[in-house]
Design a protein around this ligand. Structure first.
Ligand code: TXA
Ligand code: MG
Length: 340
């Protein structure tokens, strides 16, 4: 006889608590799940998928109480959550300022994608592990989302971690993504809950702040998220960013990579006053470690007393490709703003 379900569940929790990944069935598609509060686990998700970009991930929890520790819910958001969760709907909401979710998981944004999946095995895992899980679809980058165990193995190959087997996904389409962070709700990705159903439900409620007026309307933003480059918001530091720098100039925070510094320092004040080579994405020269530290380090550099940020060259392999993509976008962003 094979291991019992509770043995497998406990094994999955051990794996997750070590910063490693498991494959979790949901009613939409299988997810490649890691501890959403652990930067290393999230970096491993990107590495395993072979994603060339840091697309923000959906955070999964099993209760609305836990969801509210992670995101700020308006009255409308609460009504929608009560009605559609658990289920194939992801809500984009403002991030709780004190949330422990990895900045890499939300790609540095101040919003967060959240959902409560309905699959009993996803529910059991989330309840037993009792921490939020970041989980994109369990396929290699550019493959289609797997809806059964053989497809997970086919797509992830030898990188496939422990799979919690949950049969064929009943919805078989990714969750619908509904953005509630703008003045009116809009769909960013069509999916398992139809726009009609959402429209019907949301249309019942007047806009918030006690104003009378027309009910909420729903807009479909077509394929806006097919490419993260099209994401309207993506995190970029306020300070100018200089790439491929060998060292920092006066007033610059220097973000090193590799042997030049011996410790990781994300405290801006100490860095400026005490340490000549203050920040290091990865003293070991490991791109996966650098990914895990990227957004935290950028935030730390993007503070007084620094006036600008200089970043060392990052090797262009593995997650280095995604790091460079993000750094180039951030640097280009600043140039555009200056030009305006
Ligand atoms: O059904 C699903 O949603 C599956 C299962 C595993 O839950 N997950 C899934 O995740 O499809 P993924 O990573 O393949 O898709 C996540 C989508 C991406 O298009 C991403 O850009 C968007 O969610 N997203 C995540 N955070 C966001 C944010 N803060 N603002 C806008 N879009 C966000
Ligand atoms: Mg996907």
């Amino acid at each position: 006889m094979g291991p019992s379900f509770s043995d497998t569940l406990n094994q999955a929790c051990r794996i997750l608590s070590q910063g490693n990944l498991v494959v979790m069935p949901t009613e939409t598609v299988y997810g490649l799940a890691g501890d959403a509060t652990c930067d290393q686990a999230v970096a491993l998700i990107y590495a395993t998928k072979g994603r060339p970009q840091f697309n923000p991930l959906i955070i999964h929890v099993d209760t609305l109480e836990k969801a509210q520790e992670i995101a700020v819910f308006s009255d409308l958001a609460l009504k929608i959550a009560h009605h559609f969760w658990p289920g194939p709907l992801t809500l984009i909401l403002p991030r709780q300022p004190l949330s422990k979710i990895s900045l890499l998981a939300s790609a540095g944004l101040d919003t967060i994608a959240l959902r409560i999946p309905a699959h009993p095995i996803a529910q059991a895992l989330l309840k037993t592990y009792n921490r939020p899980l970041a989980a994109p679809s369990a396929n290699r980058s550019n493959h289609i989302s797997p809806t059964c165990v053989p497809d997970v193995r086919r797509s992830l190959g030898e990188k496939t971690p422990l799979i919690l087997e949950g049969g064929n996904c009943t919805v078989g389409l990714e969750s619908t993504i509904l953005d509630l962070t703008e003045s009116s709700p809009h769909i960013l990705r069509p999916g398992g809950i139809s726009a009609d159903d959402l429209e019907l439900f949301i249309g019942k409620f007047p806009p918030e702040e006690g104003q009378s007026g027309p009910p909420h309307s729903l807009q479909i933003t077509n394929g806006a998220l097919k490419s993260p480059g099209l994401l309207k918001r993506h995190y970029a530091p306020d300070r100018p960013l200089r790439l491929n720098a060998e060292r920092g100039l006066p007033g610059e925070a220097f973000l090193a990579f590799g042997k030049v510094a011996t410790r990781l320092n994300t405290n801006a004040h100490d860095a400026f006053t005490k340490d000549p080579i203050p920040f290091n994405l990865s003293p070991n020269g490991c791109v996966q470690e650098a990914a895990a530290n990227l957004f935290r380090c950028l935030y730390a550099c993007d503070q007084e007393p620094f006036k600008a940020i200089a970043v060392a060259p990052i090797p262009h392999h593995g997650l280095g490709v995604a790091i460079n993509d993000r750094l180039h976008r951030a640097a280009a962003n600043k140039k555009n703003q200056k030009g305006e």
